[in-house]
Structure formats: C-alpha cells, structure tokens
Write a protein that binds this ligand. Structure first.
Ligand SMILES: C[S@@+](CC[C@H](N)C(=O)[O-])C[C@H]1O[C@@H](n2cnc3c(N)ncnc32)[C@H](O)[C@@H]1O
Length: 192
C-alpha cells in the first residue's frame, strides 16, 4: 500500500522505488534486523549508508527487532532521500534524520557510544573512507551479493578482507532470487 501511494513521485535513477521492495530485498532486510536483534536489544544512533528509499529504516520502524535512539539515513540521491522521508513521516517514524551526503565524507559525529553502522550497499559504494572513518569498537553490519557486474562478493570473507572487524559476531549467507537471477547475499555483523 505504501509503495503504491508513493509511486507517483518522480525518480531520477534506474533503481526504482518498486524495485527496492522486491521479495529478496525484503527478506534481506528482515534477515539483517533479526540477526542484529540477536546480538543486541538496544543501540544508540544508527547510521544507514546508501539508504536508498529508506527501506531498512522503514522495517526498523514497522517491525522492530531492537530498540534504537535515532536513525541517520545517508544517501547521495536527493530524490530518493525525499521519498524516504515522506514514507517515514507517513508511518509516523520518530527520530529519523535524512542526510544528503557521500558516505565517504562522514565523520560519524552523532554516533556516540552505543552506535551502529549499517551498509547493505557494498556492491554499489566505491571508496572505503566510509569504513575507515567508523570509530574503532563500533558495531557494524555489512551486506553484499554475488551475481552482479559491479564489485561482486562471493563469500563473507570477501567482505571481511576488505573491511576487517576486530570481533565477528555473525556471518552468514542467504540464497535469494531477484527478478533477473538467483544470487546469494552475504552478511557480516561485528565490531570494528
Ligand atoms: C541500490 S541501493 C541499495 C542496495 C542494497 N542491496 C540494499 O538493498 O540496500 C544503493 C544506494 O547507495 C547509494 N550510494 C552509493 N554510493 C553512495 C555513497 N558514497 N554515499 C551515500 N550513498 C551512496 C545509491 O545512491 C543507492 O541509493
């Protein structure tokens, strides 16, 4: 319902609003939130990098698996960020900030002690300053997939090789199907 209501808004990129709510992407986000919920029941500020249409934050509000103080959605696409904001307002989300910024230029000044950084856009996000700038000890969740032309990942250890964590709390994979192909999504949760 929410998707249909906002589909009339214009988009500026090939990644459509409807395409961000396919079954595989919904399953990926639910998997993420459930696994984070097994690691912690409360976090402070949550930075969501490459937040797209605010999909992860939407599920955090609609289907809570852990408590949080604040969400900061970070996205370089202004139209996507605007649609995200409208959807989150529509569901009555509180304490969600929408930040139009390159994740590689973040200083994480709002992270505080018990923060969480989520990046499910590893395939789509060149550069590594977004990771290097995360304070040591921060809880981090990363997802990536295979079967994609740009920056494919083939195992969880591919993620850890590029973005090493001092403590791995969860690593796993999920076999999925998008409208074009079968693929596997990999996820790592841990402390930087
Ligand atoms: C295709 S979407 C998300 C894909 C991921 N599979 C998911 O479901 O969350 C990737 C998003 O990352 C954003 N993005 C890419 N590079 C970025 C950067 N450096 N800073 C912030 N956002 C970025 C893009 O604009 C896009 O909205």
């Amino acid at each position: 319902m929410i998707i249909q209501e906002f589909e009339s808004l214009h988009e500026s990129s090939g990644y459509s609003l409807q395409g961000s709510f396919t079954q595989d992407l919904i399953a990926s986000k639910v998997w993420l939130l459930q696994q984070v919920g097994k690691v912690t029941d409360h976090v402070g500020t949550v930075y969501i990098l490459g937040s797209w249409f605010g999909n992860t934050s939407l599920y955090m509000v609609l289907q809570p698996e852990f408590d949080y103080n604040k969400i900061v959605n970070v996205e370089v696409n202004a139209n996507m960020l605007k649609q995200s904001q409208q959807m989150l307002n529509h569901v009555g989300a509180k304490n969600v900030q929408h930040m139009l910024r390159d994740a590689n230029k973040l200083d994480y000044r709002q992270l505080g002690k018990n923060g969480l950084v989520i990046n499910t856009s590893l395939n789509d996000m060149p550069g590594r300053a977004w990771f290097d700038n995360i304070p040591t000890g921060t809880l981090v969740v990363m997802q990536a997939r295979d079967q994609t032309q740009e920056r494919p990942f083939h195992r969880t250890d591919d993620i850890l090789k590029l973005y090493p964590l001092s403590q791995v709390l969860y690593k796993g994979s999920l076999n999925l199907q998008d409208p074009d192909t079968d693929y596997t999504r990999f996820m790592v949760i841990g402390r930087k």
